[in-house]
Design a protein around this ligand. Sequence first.
Ligand code: SF4
Length: 176
Amino acid sequence: MKKVRLATVWLDGCAGCHMSLLDIDEALIDLAQIADIVYGPLVDIKEFPHDVDVTLVEGAVSSTEDLEKAQVIRERSKLVVAFGDCAVTSNVPSMRNQYGVAAVMKRAYQENATLQPQMPTQGVPALLPVARPLHNVIAVDLHIPGCPPSPEVILNCVSELCAGRMPKITPSFRFG
Ligand code: SF4
């Protein structure tokens, strides 16, 4: 049987959704029987591959780099999943939206700096005017809410998607 090509992506999030994915524990071994992880923070591949079946995207779209990555993901993935509340609603990253980019950058790099306060000019992707949920910038096939979604919800969704079925989502309200 041909394995599902599964990717996971980390945009503007805290990695908590990926940690919750790892919390499916021994079910990861079962998952490895039906899916190959072809891209993500868990594997050492730099460029997003072609012909991906399912991509889980954690995090909001907050920078020009996030935006370009989201567009490449959409072009190269059959199914794109907004994975967790930051991708679904923009959640925590959107807390900066009310202040604006200039004020946030000034606070981070000048007012709170104890050594050499200065604005970065290289190596830091430009922030978008606001942090946006994934469906604001690309078409999304499935939303998995939760901060983070519980391991049980993630396992059910990934298993169903790998089996070619669209899962029914029951939101998880786990905190902490
Ligand atoms: S949804 Fe919650 S756990 Fe997931 S990246 Fe955002 S803040 Fe972290």
